[in-house]
Design a protein around this ligand. Structure first.
Ligand SMILES: Nc1nc2c(c(=O)[nH]1)N(C=O)[C@@H](CNc1ccc(C(=O)N[C@@H](CCC(=O)O)C(=O)O)cc1)CN2
Ligand SMILES: Nc1nc2c(ncn2[C@@H]2O[C@H](COP(=O)(O)OP(=O)(O)OP(=O)(O)O)[C@@H](O)[C@H]2O)c(=O)[nH]1
Length: 455
């Protein structure tokens, strides 16, 4: 286990006042013991024992009394020696503690941690792979219960395990193919009887399933953007509330209530939906409103779906819809929603792109949810969703492309086994990239720099 020369320290809990706040440091055993001796009254530290002790500054003055835990390498989060100072949650205490720790420990190689550096060390020490490291941050940022569950699965390594399994199978298969290349007479049946084909198909299917689960996971992570189009008073805020798992918007009967709320995030059955309310997009001379409009326009261009909301008394919003369509990607799906059907005597039947609802009574809301999920490709019934990132999806797609190429080679009467082997190698490399096996320092830097300090 490569223990680094430098030790790092940071506040690991949210900065602010709270019941308890944790400052932690990670480094060599020598540093950990030295810091414990200088900053606490603990004389015989036991690993993983919650010592209650005074925590002292460089002059021996008590800063606070709290729980101090020493995690002895390799049994810690980073795989190095870790010391946690669990104090009262006050930023003044934490600053004092860190300042003293740096004064005491700088010569022994202690410095402030950079964002994500604890987790980066955990990765570099082989405690977790890159996909797991990324899921730590995804877990912290998860905004729905489904996203938390999916991130937790990735963090314990369920996603990584599937990737590693596929990577291993790709290597086995390539090794086999290369052996045949070297000794053609050895296992010609392997090719003739199509057993190689079987294994490629099996792998392709596994990658496909994983790609589906990862895509769902990425949607849980990033959410989707929905543009809401509709005349004043059609019931946008009411719709938002009935779609949402909690009350979000203010409902009034004064037209124009939502004028300056241009964005709203709601959770629908675990999916984070960023709703851009285009009511705010009316032409205006107001500078502040214009700024809000520009922001909304930026969001709009990424819209995955347009919800076009009408009410029986305002079936005239076609022009507005046409205007919005100019600002989104061509081909963005549109669902027309007629609200307030509780006021109608006859309600027309739903179609694939038109649904009749009442935000007031809740009628049609479930149907609308289903239509939204269909339109954006979210299936909250998919089992075993892992939190995943675009980076992972791209790697899985590359693996799939390579496997498709192999299938194509194999379907020809004559093919070159070395080309098959090479494509299998490429497929394996793509899988390894998910786990961080061949990741450049530059990419690692980029990934960990988006973490918070102390993580
Ligand atoms: N107080 C505290 N809570 C925390 C963390 C922490 O660092 N400190 N974590 C930080 O993110 C998370 C938990 N992550 C952790 C991961 C591994 C180990 C650890 O000591 N692992 C040892 C022992 C395992 C065992 O006893 O079974 C090991 O893996 O060998 C600790 C925390 C969330 N809660
Ligand atoms: N009968 C009936 N009234 C509704 C329904 N949905 C909303 N309303 C009423 O319509 C009025 C406007 O609803 P809001 O949700 O504030 O409409 P809005 O589109 O957000 O309005 P602005 O943002 O102000 O343009 C309120 O009085 C609601 O109670 C519905 O399904 N049936």
């Amino acid at each position: 286990m490569s223990s680094q020369e430098e030790g790092i320290i940071a506040v690991s809990t949210a900065v602010g006042r709270s019941g308890i706040g944790i400052v932690r440091l990670s480094g060599s055993e020598k540093l950990a013991r030295f810091m414990l001796e200088r900053m606490t009254d603990i004389r015989n530290p036991s690993p993983r024992y919650a010592h209650f002790s005074a925590i002292r500054d460089q002059a021996g003055e008590v800063i606070d009394r709290g729980v101090v835990i020493w995690f002895k390498a390799p049994h810690s989060y980073t795989g190095e020696d870790v010391v946690e100072f669990q104090t009262h949650g006050n930023p003044v205490i934490q600053n004092l503690l860190i300042r003293s720790a740096l004064l005491i420990g700088a010569e022994a190689g202690l410095r402030l941690a950079e964002p994500g550096e604890f987790t980066r060390r955990a990765f570099e020490n082989g405690r977790i792979d890159l996909a797991q490291a990324e899921s730590v941050m995804d877990l912290i940022n998860a905004s729905s219960e489904s996203a938390v569950r999916a991130a937790e699965k990735s963090l314990v390594g369920e996603f990584s395990e599937k990737c590693r399994d596929i990577e291993g199978k790709l290597i086995d298969l390539r090794t086999h193919v290369e052996a045949i290349l070297d000794f053609p007479e050895e296992d010609i049946d392997f090719i003739k009887e199509g057993r190689i084909r079987e294994r490629v198909d099996d792998l392709n299917q596994r990658v496909g399933t994983l790609l589906e689960q990862a895509s769902q996971g990425n949607m849980l992570r990033e959410g989707v953007v929905i543009a809401l189009v509709g005349s004043p008073n059609v019931g946008k805020s009411s719709l938002l509330n009935s779609l949402s798992e909690r009350e979000v918007a203010i409902v009034t009967d004064i037209p124009g209530t939502t004028r300056d709320i241009v964005e709203n995030t709601i959770i629908i059955n675990g999916l984070q939906v960023n709703l851009v309310d285009t009511a705010g997009l009316r032409e205006t001379a107001d500078v502040i409103e214009q700024a809000g409009i520009r922001k909304a326009m930026g969001e709009l261009s990424r819209a995955d779906l347009i919800l076009h909301l009408e009410a029986p008394e305002t079936l005239d919003s076609q022009a507005e819809l046409d205007k919005i369509k100019h600002h989104v990607q061509p081909g963005t799906k549109v669902i027309t929603v007629t609200n307030k059907i509780d006021l109608l005597r006859d309600v027309p039947g739903n179609t694939d792109s038109h649904v009749y609802i009442s935000a007031k009574t809740g009628e049609g809301i479930e149907k609308l949810k289903t239509m939204i999920f269909d339109a954006v490709g979210f299936r909250n019934s998919v089992q075993g969703v892992f939190i995943a990132r675009r980076r992972h999806i791209e790697s899985l797609q590359k693996t799939k492309e390579s496997l498709e190429k192999v299938r194509e080679y194999l379907s020809q009467d004559q093919f070159f086994l070395d080309m098959v082997a090479e494509e299998l190698r490429l497929a394996g490399v793509s899988m390894g990239q998910i786990l961080g096996e061949f990741t450049s320092d530059q990419l690692l830097g980029k990934i960990f720099s988006t973490f918070c300090i102390g993580k």
